[in-house]
Design a protein around this ligand. Structure first.
Ligand SMILES: Cc1ncc(COP(=O)(O)O)c(C=O)c1O
Length: 368
């Protein structure tokens, strides 16, 4: 009997791996807000003069030709910027692409990936896509990294990968280089140090690369360097590992505009560093100011965001009122592990911070 093709999507979905069906997609509702403090982006756009410089460089390039995979001059400049071997440096369409490439050459079905919980959710999702088991390890008191417990878990589970996001999204906790080294010494799997926020605080693991080929350090131009919209990230590892990770990267993923923009931003790294210092000062002031408000626990942070825990007014109410009454969009992270009643606030301009403080004072003051 000939079978009749069915138009029922359930037939097609049967082909999807169960581990993928079980996950939610990485997504984020993006309502327009007067003050956008939900994605840890740079609070201010690149200077108009730099944008013009990038655009004129892009205009001078042929658009009908593929870009180079990674222009030698840019790779050499990145290598000297980060202090690592150009042969061990990969560029990607955002660091997300490099997380994916790294995991896809290492993580096989039934492998174990260990990471602190809560952390950046893409790791869990990609572990599932590769059929791996993901084991989250809680932080200690006040979201301090519990490295002995992470190491113990990696050993017990014979994990293939340990992810250390430092400073960690969403908690802002940083791990010391010494602790990264102790984790490398005590384990035999891959250690991924995701340093998306390290320009704002904490220590980089880059100096450990020379001694530990099992280490991959990820950096991004999306946060401190202010290029989230153009998508550019960097992976640093031993050249032998870089050659393997390259195999999982799609060709030509970094477009001409992004390659030019990365060069121009590197030309102005000094000015950007000044901006980063300003953001760190704003963060420290924000944390001090938030601590004067009633009904909140405010956690320390080494990143360009911080976590608050609401006790007087439910976090969901605070989140909604900030958005609806004041046009301030922050991130509701309260569904995360150990994050009940928690909200994440990205550090914005000093004006953004004054606005959120005034709004919180009203929202919290009204009910206490
Ligand atoms: C920890 C962490 N890693 C990586 C990324 C993604 O960065 P990119 O924009 O370079 O893909 C983010 C973005 O929020 C992040 O929080």
């Amino acid at each position: 009997m000939p079978t009749t093709p069915s138009s029922n999507p359930a037939e097609a979905l049967r082909l999807i791996k169960p581990s993928v069906l079980a996950q939610g997609a990485y997504t984020l509702a993006a309502p327009q807000a007067v003050r956008k403090l939900n994605q840890n982006e740079a609070p201010e756009d690149l200077d108009a003069t730099l944008k013009t410089a990038i655009l004129s460089r892009v205009a001078a390039r042929p658009w009908h030709r593929y870009p180079e995979f990674a222009p030698r001059s840019l790779v050499d400049r990145l290598a000297s910027h980060y202090g690592w071997d150009p042969e061990g440096l990969l560029v990607g369409n955002g660091s997300n692409e490099l997380i994916q490439a790294t995991m896809s050459v290492v993580v096989d079905r039934d492998d174990v990936v260990v990471a602190p919980a809560p952390t950046f959710s893409l790791y869990r999702l990609l572990a599932a896509v590769h059929g791996a088991r993901y084991v989250g390890v809680p932080f200690g008191k006040n979201f301090a990294y519990d490295v002995p417990r992470l190491v113990e878990t990696v050993t017990r589970e014979r994990a293939k990968v340990l992810v250390l996001n430092t400073p960690n999204n969403p908690t802002g906790s940083a791990v010391t280089r010494r602790d990264v080294e102790s984790a490398l010494q005590a384990t035999t799997g891959l250690v991924i140090c995701d340093e998306a926020y390290v320009e704002f605080g904490g220590e980089s693991a880059i100096p450990l690369l020379a001694e530990y080929p099992r280490l991959v350090v990820l950096r991004t131009f999306s946060k401190a360097l202010g290029l989230a919209g153009l998508r550019f990230g960097v992976a640093l590892t031993h050249p032998a590992m870089a050659r393997e990770i390259t195999k999982a990267k799609l060709p030509y993923n970094v477009n001409v505009m992004t390659l030019e923009a990365a060069e121009v931003v590197l030309d102005h790294a000094g000015a950007i560093q000044d901006r980063v210092a300003g953001i760190c000062a704003t963060r420290d002031q924000l944390i001090r100011d938030l601590r004067t408000l009633p009904g909140l626990t405010v956690y320390d942070s080494a990143a360009n965001f911080c976590i608050i825990r609401c006790s007087a007014v439910p976090a969901r109410v605070v989140f909604e009122r900030l958005f609806e009454d004041y046009g301030i969009l922050i991130r509701d992270v309260s569904a995360g592990v150990d994050l009940a009643e928690c909200l994440r606030i990205s550090v914005g301009t000093p004006e953004d911070m004054a606005a959120i403080l005034a709004a919180l004072r009203t929202i919290l003051g009204e009910t206490t």
